[in-house]
Design a binder for this molecule. Structure first.
Ligand SMILES: CC(C)(COP(=O)(O)OP(=O)(O)OC[C@H]1O[C@@H](n2cnc3c(N)ncnc32)[C@H](O)[C@@H]1OP(=O)(O)O)[C@@H](O)C(=O)NCCC(=O)NCCS
Length: 155
């Protein structure tokens, strides 16, 4: 893992929006149908979409020089909302490094644990980091049903 991790700023929003779109449309296609990934990521987020979705969250980005290769978001209650790694940088430890840093933050905030709603694709990574499934659920996005898993890790 050659990436460095830092807190995101507004200058990263365009790249975050692009990475989210490309990762959902390619990596998540391993576990979801074309119709499902299209409903999940209908278009590249504009910078304004990014601002709206990420407001109130701590956003960490993984950078290789000036290229965004992943991002994670965590709220002050320990909720991990987004964890996405660049489609060409899968299985290189970037997701684990980002998750590790978010967990460190949560421990620093004296929380008793962290939680997320994981995709099918990310479930193995979260399990590897000590998360357990609390509840499988189906959510509807643009009229299409997607399976995900509520998962939690206690400290
Ligand atoms: C899930 C995701 C963030 C993992 O990032 P990553 O950088 O590839 O993960 P890592 O390289 O740190 O993986 C660490 C370990 O997690 C497990 N793991 C990760 N992805 C896995 C997969 N697709 N299948 C099985 N195990 C997996 C493995 O144990 C892996 O270790 P190994 O590579 O030594 O076997 C990445 O695949 C991704 O962006 N997925 C699409 C987006 C997504 O679904 N995000 C979650 C939304 S809720």
């Amino acid at each position: 893992m050659n990436a460095t991790i830092r807190e995101a700023g507004e200058q990263d929003f365009a790249a975050i929006g692009q990475l989210f779109f490309e990762t959902v449309r390619s990596v998540n296609l391993l576990d979801y149908t074309p119709q499902q990934v299209a409903a999940w990521a209908p278009a590249v987020w504009s910078e304004e979409d990014c601002r709206r979705r990420l407001v109130g969250q701590v956003v960490l980005v993984a950078m290789e020089q000036d290229i965004l290769v992943g991002f994670i978001t965590i709220e002050r209650d320990g909720h991990i909302d987004f964890l996405f790694v660049h489609k060409d940088r899968q299985r290189q430890g970037i997701g684990s490094a980002l998750l590790g840093r978010a967990i460190e933050l949560a421990r620093g905030w004296s929380l008793s644990g962290v939680f997320t709603e994981s995709s099918i694709t990310a479930k193995a990574l979260f399990e590897r980091h000590g998360f357990v499934v609390t509840k499988p659920e189906d959510v509807v996005r643009h009229g299409v049903t997607l399976r995900r898993y509520r998962m939690a890790k206690k400290f």
